[in-house]
Design a protein around this ligand. Structure first.
Ligand SMILES: Cc1cc2nc3c(=O)[nH]c(=O)nc-3n(C[C@H](O)[C@H](O)[C@H](O)COP(=O)(O)OP(=O)(O)OC[C@H]3O[C@@H](n4cnc5c(N)ncnc54)[C@H](O)[C@@H]3O)c2cc1C
Length: 442
């Protein structure tokens, strides 16, 4: 029987602001892809999706068709000597780690959740806490196989223009069937980590300039509820791989789960409590270096399944900008002042530095400098107006916004902060589209 698209209940991305019905097909084998793609056209475009951990609308194609790639999750090859892995694009980073870690290998870089597919990691050219050391995920991709809606298939490598459009290409250049990538050696599944408080955001900039020389992994939590001399106080976490310890991978399933949407009357109390518990956890670690498994360091939010329900049924936005080194300090102060005075930010934001590694994809988000990411509970116009104010600060600092997190950026802003978008357009498969792309390419 040939594979079909079936009507879904509403699909949502991680932020859950937009929920829309789609026609969904879930292929089990790669040879089912060509017939699914043959039905896509410019008039009725489709889109491949992974675990839907993008926050906004780059993985949605409302009222259209999507190919859910998560059942294409086979490991194709792993070379234990070189650490090169080839796997189907629906394999999650979490599943890949179950194979890699016991053999003394790890992902070259990882985002803050392991529930991301290889296809999604390439299409958003994701970054981790070690961008200054390793660059983005795309930098470690050696080959990938792409299907286009005209029936052609392409095996692509670094140097091929379609490769550099596909890495960070938001799923718009074709459907990735498999990804081959380099992994890195580890001696144990543990890190030697350290958490150091800073009194305000200026101190973060001073401290992080030093830790990027001494630590592979660095990021900071920033308190968005206080202003004045404590504006942007927080905790800087740094780590290097430990030579001591075993090679035990993480437990696959999260230990706790958020059973339902938080009711609106409980929202503030719940989010503050949840984030305070992270803050408290961090405070207890303050005294000197500590030894930790990679799981709580890289993936603290994965400990609670469906944590996105904390923001209630109306969902939330994540705002993530990247600011060049020259403007980062002043612009971050300006952004935090605006967020604190709005009272709308969730108590904690994440701030980290990007290194000088050249971008791999035409639309790759990271640029040398600093990135700030913060969640905003969806309060309709109030939230949209606040983010529009933040856009002004980011634009005048020559910064940019992350498409993987975005659900509302206007076309003119996207086009001005991604100057290679027209070069990218030449590689777009006309049979593929997303809600994000229709908005920003208008
Ligand atoms: C808690 C949390 C922390 C995060 N931390 C980070 C972080 O530190 N750094 C970072 O960079 N990101 C981070 N993210 C974002 C996340 O890593 C990215 O959005 C990632 O791309 C999601 O992968 P996915 O499998 O869920 O893909 P989806 O969200 O389903 O899709 C993402 C994009 O990939 C495309 N796509 C998916 N599969 C294919 C395929 N096989 N072929 C072609 N296109 C495809 C889709 O069309 C879409 O454009 C975080 C997200 C969460 C929820």
């Amino acid at each position: 029987m040939s594979i079909r698209f079936d009507a879904s209940d509403a699909l949502a991305s991680w932020g859950r602001v937009v929920k829309a019905t789609h026609l969904v097909a879930r292929p089990r084998f790669p040879d089912e892809l060509p017939s699914l793609l043959a039905g896509f056209s410019a008039a009725e475009p489709g889109l491949a999706v992974g675990l839907r951990r993008s926050y906004g609308d780059s993985n949605l194609n409302p009222a259209g068709r999507v190919i859910d790639m998560t059942a294409l999750d086979r490991l194709i090859a792993f070379d234990r000597k070189t650490g090169v892995m080839r796997a189907e694009a629906g394999l999650s980073l979490s599943q890949a780690l179950q194979v890699l870690v016991p053999q003394g290998w790890f992902l070259p870089t990882t985002p803050g959740t392991r529930f991301v597919t290889l296809g999604g990691a390439v299409a958003n050219d994701v970054h981790g806490k070690n961008h200054h050391a390793m660059g983005t995920f795309g930098a470690s991709v050696t080959r990938l196989k792409l299907h286009r809606t005209d029936g052609s298939t392409h095996e692509l490598a670094q140097g091929d223009p379609l490769f550099h459009a596909t890495v960070g290409g938001l799923g718009l250049t074709g459907v990735i069937e498999w990804v081959e990538f380099r992994t890195v050696r580890i001696s144990s599944a543990s890190l030697e980590a350290q958490d150091t408080p800073f009194e305000n955001v200026s101190e973060f900039f001073d401290m992080s300039a030093e830790t990027k020389e001494t630590h592979e992994h660095t990021m900071a939590w920033v308190d968005c509820s206080t202003g004045g001399s404590s504006l942007g106080r927080g905790i800087l976490s740094c780590a290097n791989w430990s030579p001591h310890g075993d090679l035990m991978p993480h437990q696959e399933e999260p230990k706790k789960k958020m059973p339902m949407d938080a009711p609106s009357f409980a929202l503030n109390a719940l989010t503050v409590r949840a984030f305070n518990s992270i803050r408290h956890g961090l405070k207890t670690m303050r005294n000197g270096p500590y030894h930790t498994h990679y799981e709580p360091f890289f993936y603290p939010l994965d400990a609670i399944a469906h944590w996105n329900r904390l923001y209630g049924a109306r969902g939330f936005y994540q705002y993530q900008c990247a600011l060049p080194s020259e403007t980062a300090r002043d612009a971050t102060i300006e952004l935090l002042k605006t967020i604190v005075s709005s009272g709308q930010g969730s108590p904690l934001a994440v701030i980290k530095n990007f290194g000088a590694n050249p971008p791999v994809g035409l639309l790759s988000f990271p640029r040398e400098g600093t990135t700030l990411a913060i969640d905003f509970r969806n309060q309709d116009e109030d939230t949209l107006n606040l983010m529009a104010d933040l856009d002004q600060i980011v634009a005048s600092a020559a910064g940019r916004l992350n498409p993987a997190k975005d659900g509302r950026i206007p076309a003119d802003l996207f086009q001005s902060v991604y100057p290679k978008w027209q070069e990218f357009c030449a590689h777009v498969d006309p049979g593929l589209s997303s809600a994000f792309w229709r908005r920003v390419s208008a």
